[in-house]
Design a protein around this ligand. Structure first.
Ligand code: ADP
Ligand code: ZN
Ligand code: ZN
Length: 743
């Protein structure tokens, strides 16, 4: 046996090391970058060939190696740059390379499907069909109509014929007579677009700031990250579009990353009107086949622009030209389970490896990104004006201390709503809590409806009469009697969007209201219907959770109100104020987009709060400057670096045992790897803010370092030391690098 037949394979298992497999004589040697099917324990897994091995490590017994079962790809599945990108991610996030490879593929490729586009079949008029007189078919009216249609439109997709009411029997009959034939649609030339595919009529004349931004981005057609800072409506999207023009003219591809709920029909429409090129949308509603199709079109250069959410960062491009990350601060770019990557950060690494420009846009950049711009790593481009002559909104804090509220609405706010509504405008009320009320309690004995499996209250949903835990999904009918004392005096506490809608309908019977939250938009297409109806002015009052805050443009909204911000002001999460400020700006951006001036009102018990004052008077960047100073003093991100070790188990005593192991293992490592100039710190183990969730106990340990490389060295050593201890195999634990959700 020659050594040429030894492979290094990244297998999707939690173990981070690569595995060796043999390639048996009856299978031709797979290239590096091809998928293979390998036996692993009792299972067969789709894995990635990462190398050909000349010499085995001495510790490995060749006779014990297993053989691969099948080779799935003739050529590398992903471009060579991906191996660098994914290896970087594996080292940075301390996560198995095999798992990362697997997660970077569409589900069907994970299941072993071929990486080939399904041929598209089309019907074509034959020579004979061209020459045949319609009269010859006068006894078969349907066939005659079909032939006439095909003579006018010689190439048709089967669906197009169906849309024109041509039936299968007619199509079959014409095919049998040799008048039309079913042929494979030829593939387009890869990356065959150029400046003639730009719709010049659609272009806007840039204002000075926009023009400077486009020039600065296009000045360097290689790696460079630009932060495009501009309020909603300042024309960031127009800057993206014009930056992409250069990419399209050069026959290259652009990848546009958007937040989960930011992919609106309006945005898509703008790209489609501007560029007459194939565009692929990768969003959560796609089925597996459509997702694979998008992946392959991008890989083969059959799509020029790829617009997608988080996982789109793994879309291979034949000729990468630019990456854009819109709303870079959005938390949906961070994956919150298994492989906990941040797509925005991977975009930086990817753009660097592929040596292409990256543009990040936001009205409210994350502190991490502001810090990188401060350090000069990112080029800062600022848009200060609203582009389409819209005026900026005025802001107002409403002090609700001691006031009687109606489902959370103060008398001032109700008055303000009436003022705007009677002038024919729309108002938007924002409350980040869905359901009717966040708690159900007994008026007589104080019983509180608690989820048995989580440290959380049940939320009351009045319309369909159930209570539900929003953390594990557990659901029951609303009890008629108190389970504690039998009383029927059950009452709700607090306000959710459902109740708010109810009260608003009573207060303003002459206006129509609509609620946008996860409950009201569950049915497919429901969100689009509501959004269209809002643009149609069918509704004057818009009530919603943060679903309503993102991406949608409502030109007739002139008042935006945020009901409950106080919890964020005093939260234990160090990012809470940053998130609140981002939300505040985002919501304000909905007001007065068109020529009508907007007004933003914020209800709080703490109008004197320094942060609210700053945000209200001076805006986000002034706020971020002060808030970031606090972070620096407190030695928190972005100045210090953080990793979170999460521990989960159904059994509390197993966690206790593992905590002891962590203590024993981490202490010496912290001292060994940290130093006076490069300190490392451990906080915990401690219970997570929500200690029980879905029946499991949850604990966490925070590790912090002033130097990133020390933190990574420590985590790596910690991981391998912990794995040697039995107690670590009895609980579930994982590492979250740069955590943003600590709950
Ligand atoms: P953002 O992405 O920052 O929210 P948009 O690019 O969507 O901003 O622009 C907001 C509005 O201003 C849109 O209606 C857009 O058509 C318009 N707009 C953008 N740039 C210009 C410009 N240079 N001249 C006129 N209108 C513009
Ligand atoms: Zn009771
Ligand atoms: Zn629960």
């Amino acid at each position: 046996m020659t050594h040429k037949t030894l492979l290094e394979v990244a297998v999707p298992t939690p173990l981070t090391r690569p595995f060796n497999y043999l390639c048996p004589a009856d299978i031709s040697l797979p290239v590096i970058g091809a998928r293979v099917v390998v036996p692993f324990g009792s299972r067969e897994l789709t894995a990635m060939v990462t190398g050909h091995v000349d010499e085995l490590d001495e510790s490995i017994d060749e006779s014990k190696l297993k053989a691969i079962i099948k080779v799935l790809d003739d050529a590398p599945l992903q471009p060579p740059s991906f191996h660098k990108l994914l290896t970087w991610a594996s080292n940075y996030y301390h996560y198995s390379l095999g798992e990362i490879y697997s997660q970077s593929w569409p589900a069907l490729l994970r299941k072993g499907e071929a990486a080939e586009l399904q041929p598209v079949m089309q019907l074509q008029l034959t020579e004979q069909g061209k020459l045949t007189e319609l009269d010859e078919l006068k006894r078969a009216k349907k066939q005659q109509q079909l032939l006439a249609h095909m003579q006018a439109n010689p190439i048709q997709l089967p669906q197009q014929l169906k849309d024109n009411d041509f039936t299968t029997p007619a199509i079959k009959a014409c095919s049998e007579k040799g008048l039309i034939e079913l042929v494979e649609k030829p593939l387009a030339q890869p990356c065959s677009w150029n400046e003639s595919h730009i719709n010049q009529d659609d272009k806007l004349v840039l204002n000075a700031e926009q023009a400077i931004a486009v020039a600065a981005i296009n000045d360097k057609p290689f790696y460079q990250t630009s932060l495009l800072l501009g309020i909603t409506g300042s024309g960031k999207t127009e800057v993206y579009l014009q930056a992409i023009e250069r990419v399209i003219s050069e026959g290259k591809q652009a990848l546009v990353m958007v937040p989960e709920i930011g992919l609106t029909p309006q945005t898509l429409g703008r790209f489609q009107r501007r560029f007459n090129v194939p565009i692929v949308f990768l969003h959560s509603a796609l089925n597996d086949k459509e997702r694979l199709d998008g992946f392959l079109k991008a890989k083969q250069g059959l799509a020029a622009i790829i617009i997608g959410t988080r996982s789109a960062i793994f879309t291979p491009l034949l000729k990468p030209g630019m990456i854009i990350v819109d709303e870079e601060h959005d938390s949906s770019f961070k994956q919150q389970d298994t492989f906990r990557y941040n797509a925005r950060d991977l975009a930086v690494v990817r753009a660097n490896i592929e040596n292409i420009p990256l543009v990040m846009g936001s009205a409210t950049p994350s502190f991490e990104t502001i810090h990188n711009a401060d350090l000069g790593k990112y080029q800062l481009l600022t848009l200060t004006k609203r582009a389409a002559n819209a005026s900026t909104a005025s802001h107002q804090l409403i002090d609700i201390k001691g006031l009687q509220l109606q489902s959370g609405l103060s008398p001032q706010l109700i008055e303000l709503m009436r003022h705007h509504l009677t002038r024919g405008n729309q108002v938007m009320i924002f409350l980040n809590r869905r359901g009717y009320a966040p708690a159900l309690l007994c008026h007589e004995c104080g019983w509180l409806g608690n989820c048995q499996r989580c440290d959380a209250n049940y939320t009351v949903h009045q319309q369909y009469r159930y209570i539900q835990c929003h953390h594990c999904g557990d659901q029951h009918a609303i009890p008629y009697q108190c389970p504690g004392c039998g009383s029927t005096q059950l009452a709700t506490a607090g306000v959710g969007t459902e109740q708010l809608e109810h009260t608003i309908n009573e207060l303003f019977p002459e206006f129509n209201s609509v609620r946008i939250d996860r409950d009201s938009t569950r049915r497919k297409g429901a969100l689009d219907e509501s959004l269209n109806a809002i643009n149609n002015n069918d509704y004057q009052i818009l009530i919603g959770t943060q679903m309503l805050a993102k991406g949608h443009h409502f030109p007739d909204v002139t008042l935006v109100a945020i009901l409950d911000v106080d919890s964020a002001l005093f939260s234990g999460d160090f990012r809470a104020s940053e998130k609140l400020a981002q939300l505040y700006l985002q919501v304000s951006g909905r007001a007065g987009r068109a020529s009508k001036p907007g007004q933003v009102a914020l209800q709080t018990h703490h109008p004197e709060h320094a942060l609210l004052q700053l945000l209200n008077d001076k805006g986000y960047m002034a706020f971020s400057e002060v808030a970031m100073k606090e972070r620096r003093v407190a030695q928190l991100p972005p100045y210090w670096h953080m990793a979170l070790l999460r521990i989960e188990s159904h059994k509390g005593d197993l966690i206790t045992a593992f905590n002891q192991t962590i203590h024993d293992v981490a202490m010496p490592l912290l001292q060994q790897i940290g130093s006076k100039d490069h300190p490392l710190r451990q906080i915990g183990p401690m219970p997570s803010p929500m200690e029980r969730r879905a029946g499991k106990y949850r604990w966490q340990v925070i590790f912090e370092a002033s130097t990133r490389s020390r933190l990574h060295a420590f985590i790596e050593a910690l991981q391998s030391e912990l794995a040697k201890h039995k107690s670590s195999h009895k609980v579930r634990w994982s590492i979250d690098v740069d955590p943003i959700d600590m709950v």
